[in-house]
Design a binder for this molecule. Structure first.
Ligand SMILES: Cc1cc2nc3c(=O)[nH]c(=O)nc-3n(C[C@H](O)[C@H](O)[C@H](O)COP(=O)(O)O)c2cc1C
Length: 161
């Protein structure tokens, strides 16, 4: 089974979660790669990023990974204004997910509209005929405290494959 973890992270929290997932899968001797999505036009202004999240404008990404040879795809995104970041949306619009198994993970701040964001995240995979086999939502500044929970949720999904 070939696995890829694709994620976007502006301030490193989702990256920390992605790297922990990567290490965990590696420890189990699984064939896993890690791919960070990078925005074409870097923007660190909070309000401009909120506008990007709402309008989807200027949210192009540098490189899109080829998912063809992967059986399981982990996709990670921070929540921005109750949505997954527009970069992850751009990525999802560009890839084929038909019959792919997908595990979603998000990080969030206050938790504002995080459930709605996850619901939409799941819908966007299902619209592409991918199969969501698991999901985790972690508060961005609590990644380390939640590693056991993360491992447990992934383990559960792997057992059911
Ligand atoms: C532009 C922007 C919008 C955000 N909107 C939300 C939100 O609607 N709900 C929430 O819980 N957190 C929100 N946050 C907080 C991030 O989701 C949280 O800090 C996340 O862990 C950041 O991940 P990262 O470090 O991988 O970029 C927002 C952060 C930014 C920069």
């Amino acid at each position: 089974m070939r696995i890829i973890i694709v994620y976007f992270s502006l301030t490193g929290k989702t990256k920390k979660l992605a790297v922990n997932i990567y290490r965990f899968l590696k420890e189990r001797n699984l064939d896993v790669s890690l791919f960070e999505l990078e925005e074409k036009k870097k923007e660190s202004n909070f309000f401009k990023n909120c506008i990007r999240a709402i309008t989807g404008k200027d949210s192009e990404i540098e490189k899109i990974p080829n998912l063809e040879n992967y059986d399981l795809i982990f996709i990670g995104a921070p929540i921005w204004v109750g949505r997954v970041t527009p970069y992850v949306k751009s990525f999802l619009e560009s890839v084929e997910l038909k019959d792919k198994k997908v595990f979603l993970f998000t990080t969030y701040g206050s938790g504002f509209m995080k459930n709605k964001a996850m619901r939409k995240f799941i819908e966007s995979i299902e619209m592409k005929e991918g199969k969501v086999i698991g999901k985790i939502e972690i508060k961005g500044n609590r990644v380390e405290e939640n590693i056991d929970y993360v491992k447990q949720e992934i383990e559960k999904c792997l057992r059911e494959l």
